[in-house]
Ligand binder design. Structure first.
Ligand SMILES: *Cc1c(COP(=O)(O)O)cnc(C)c1O
Length: 423
């Protein structure tokens, strides 16, 4: 144990709260509100009620009989976070923070988003609770993720394109912190994963622990014993922390976190902080963890076929669990992800998100080595409908291309026609 690990918000050497002086008071208020909520059983009951009412909880644990037969080893169960409102586990976090914001009496929320999924989830929450909402997004990401930007705006959020730096997620994070400093009296920053300064990693992990609580009792009911292993993909780490918490105290359960192997962890196109060789300890974005960076501490560009796993840092809690050996880290490549996705669709009629499909890859490697007395759980963090552009492109589907080109032509023609009418 290092000296720091006795302090709040540290996990071994990782974590902490590296924040500007002006935000100390805001963080003190947030810590107090969070700790009060956590000590108050009625808060959790209200949260569970809300998620049951608004987001299909408890989500099912589906026995994947066809996949189990296909591999002939362990019984494969899938935790269906895809059935949440907005299609992923992100709803758990934003709705939990929404309840807390209501308690704190604040009226405005801000968030940063890369691929746009957290932005959409935050915008739905803000609409539901009646909060004003501003979403910061790199200009590049605004251009690439038009469908999500469209929905955020329709849901009443203001989307601000960030033009600094690389015009992507890390620049959006800086801009969100700047906004918070300027408007901390009435504003809460809804951080999207189990990263950032304390109390965010601990607080987001708490809201996501609802996944593990449910999965634990569901597997006991359906399988009659603890699972041999639990698999989750790891971007920032929130869906993994969510399901792992149901099993961390069961030493016989192998907890497996799967990172984005991209084009391969020996290339420079991946986002593997724990399995790759390009990560080092660093402090950025308000916390200390393993960041993908070069020798000078410059953050590296990351790559994954799954936008939600494309992130330079990793949860300080997971970094600690990796160090201690409690969580085993693996990586899945883009090609392996596409193959696992195809097999799952054809076998079970289930479409995992590209992020979630990373967990399926490793589960499929391990399942054949086990036997029918073993059960494994794959946390399916989200549904794949959102990925239609990427998946159709990866499958090189000719009819899809014709469809996109046709749509483009339609818009071009109607724009030309209305231009002519004006001339
Ligand atoms: C955002 C997202 C992730 C990655 O985030 P974590 O914090 O690592 O869970 C994974 N899966 C889906 C479907 C997502 O939308």
């Amino acid at each position: 144990m290092t000296e720091n690990s006795a302090q709040k918000g540290y996990y071994g050497p990782w974590g902490g709260a590296f924040i500007p002086e002006v935000l100390h008071q805001t963080f003190a208020e947030l810590n107090l509100a969070y700790e009060k909520a956590r000590a108050d059983e009625s808060f959790w009951q209200e949260y569970v009620r809300l998620m049951g009412n608004y987001s299909c909880r408890p989500t099912p644990l589906t026995y994947a009989e066809n996949l189990s037969n296909h591999f002939g080893g362990a019984r494969i169960f899938i935790k269906r976070e895809d059935l949440n409102h907005t299609g992923a586990h992100k709803a758990n976090n934003v709705m939990g923070q929404g309840l807390l914001v209501k308690r704190m009496g604040k009226k405005r929320v801000i968030a940063e988003t890369g691929a746009g999924q957290h932005g959409v989830a935050t915008a739905t929450m803000a609409a539901r609770f009646g909060f004003a909402c501003t979403i910061y997004m790199g200009e590049e990401d605004v251009a690439r993720q038009r469908p999500n930007v469209f929905w955020m705006e329709q849901l009443g959020a203001k989307v601000v394109p960030v033009t600094d730096g690389s015009k992507t997620l890390k620049d959006a994070i800086n801009e969100a912190f700047r906004d918070w400093v300027a408007r901390m009296d009435d504003t809460h920053y809804v951080l999207g994963t189990v990263c950032g300064p304390h109390p965010f990693p601990e607080m987001v992990a708490w809201f996501q622990s609802i996944i593990g609580q449910e999965a634990r009792s569901q597997i006991l009911e359906q399988h009659g014993a603890m699972p041999a292993a639990v698999y989750a993909c790891v971007g920032g780490g929130s869906n993994a922390m969510g399901i792992f918490q149901g099993f961390t105290n069961e030493s016989g359960v192998d907890l497996v976190g799967v990172e984005a192997g991209g084009k391969g962890i020996h290339t420079d196109q991946h986002a593997s902080r724990m399995t790759g060789s390009r990560a080092a300890a660093g402090v950025a974005q308000g916390y200390k963890t393993m960041f993908l960076q070069d020798e000078d501490g410059q953050m590296l560009d990351t790559h994954s076929i799954a936008a939600g796993l494309d992130y330079v840092g990793i949860s300080p809690i997971l970094a600690r669990l990796g160090d201690s050996g409690r969580v085993r880290f693996e990586a899945a490549t883009d090609d392996e992800v596409i193959a696992a996705l195809q097999l799952t669709m054809r076998s079970e009629g289930i479409i995992p998100a590209l992020e979630s499909a990373h967990a399926f890859v490793q589960a499929f490697k391990d399942a054949p080595k086990m036997n029918r007395h073993d059960a494994i759980i794959i946390n399916m963090s989200g549904r794949g409908d959102k990925d239609i552009f990427t998946i159709a492109h990866a499958f090189d589907d000719p009819s899809w291309k014709r469809f996109i080109i046709g749509r483009g032509d339609e818009y071009r023609n109607s724009m030309l026609a209305s231009q002519k009418a004006k001339d």
